[in-house]
Design a protein around this ligand. Structure first.
Ligand code: UFG
Length: 324
């Protein structure tokens, strides 16, 4: 059992990770500005409403709560927005991270799990993607994560600051019985938008059906958010046991096309998905699938909820409880 600080714990992946940390009997403190997070996803008493750029306050909090490791989710995540106002991605994601790392160093806390992204690879030369694929982000969001990864590499080298960087593929699904699920505003992700189309009877637009893939729609690696949350538990426990810094892809190794996701939703819900085919969305690579062997081999993690119908079914249970 350890004292763990979760930044962005009022967000989608952060709230699930907080839940699984507590199941493992860790003591969790959540830091979230609530600018984009949701208070209702955090249990009473453990939320500290702070912006990560408040370095001094963070440093005091780390010391007072005797924090031993940090899991850092807090960031802006909308790829499209990052191409319209790149500067806020650098201020918030890179600036916020740097402030957090400085606060940690001054409080003597040197273990961190970082939310990185498949967007670090841009349009990869080969799929499934291994971690040695070079950094090649094609949008400011991806670049902000790469910059933060690079800071962590230097801190490892010169400050004995140990970190695990997890490069997420498509987090999806929910833990509906714990009251947790995906609540982005505005929502841009495929599965919640498909479910919303059913619930509101307004069509979802499928972005392009002329990609060089078997059915013409983009292929992604959908990883259940609870499997992803558990990857963080393995990562933070590795660091708490004195493990070395490393970087891992977090995906399932299987890809599904947009059309396959629509089919799965129809199968699981028994309802027709109202949809239209629109033009391609800028910056969407045709296929992104993780090779996650390294994470499985090194940390002993395994996705146990990888089945697409299971992911959709959990997302549906949560979506039907949220007002649209
Ligand atoms: N899509 C649609 N219609 C929609 C929304 C999405 O057809 O209304 C398609 C997209 O074009 C894409 C697929 O569904 O082919 C998945 O799109 P998402 O927006 O759900 O997810 P992305 O793959 O674009 O994004 C994810 C993460 C990002 C990360 C990126 C890496 O959410 O944070 O992978 O490229 F940057």
């Amino acid at each position: 059992m350890a004292n763990i600080l979760v930044t962005g714990g009022a967000g989608y992946i952060g709230s699930h990770t907080r839940y699984f940390l507590e199941q493992r009997r860790h003591r969790v403190i959540v830091v979230d500005s609530l600018e984009r997070g949701h208070r209702e996803l955090v249990p009473d008493g453990i939320l500290r409403q702070l912006d990560l750029r408040e370095t001094e306050k963070l440093s005091r909090l780390l010391a007072e709560e005797q924090i031993e490791a940090v899991i850092h989710f807090a960031a802006y995540i909308a790829v499209g927005e990052s191409t319209q106002v790149p500067e806020i991605y650098f201020v918030n994601n890179v600036g916020g991270s740097l402030s957090l790392f400085s606060a940690m160093l001054s409080a003597g806390v040197k273990r961190l799990v970082f939310s990185s992204t498949a967007a670090a690879y841009g349009i990869p030369a080969k799929v499934p993607i291994t971690e040695d694929e070079p950094y090649a982000p094609i949008n400011p969001y991806g670049e902000s994560k790469v910059m933060t990864e690079k800071i962590l590499e230097w801190l490892d080298r010169y400050r004995e600051f140990r970190s695990i960087r997890l490069r997420y593929f498509n987090a999806s699904g929910a833990e509906p019985d714990a009251g947790l699920g995906e609540l982005h505003d505005p929502e841009t992700h495929l599965i919640p938008l498909i479910l919303r189309a059913i619930l509101t009877d307004k069509p979802v637009t499928l972005f392009g059906d002329d990609y060089p893939t078997p059915d013409g729609t983009c292929i992604r690696d959908y990883i259940h958010v609870s499997d992803l949350a558990e990857a963080h538990i393995f990562a933070v426990e590795h660091l708490l046991e004195g493990g070395a810094s490393d970087v891992f892809n977090a995906g399932t190794g299987s890809g599904h096309s947009v059309k396959e996701v629509v089919d799965a939703v129809e199968r699981v819900t028994g309802k027709r998905v109202p949809r239209t085919i629109g033009p391609r969305r800028e910056g969407d690579p045709p296929a992104l699938v993780a090779n996650s062997d390294k994470l499985q081999r090194s940390l002993g993690w395994k996705p146990t909820r990888a089945d697409l119908d299971r992911i959709v079914s959990d997302a549906w249970k949560f979506a039907t409880r949220v007002k649209h």
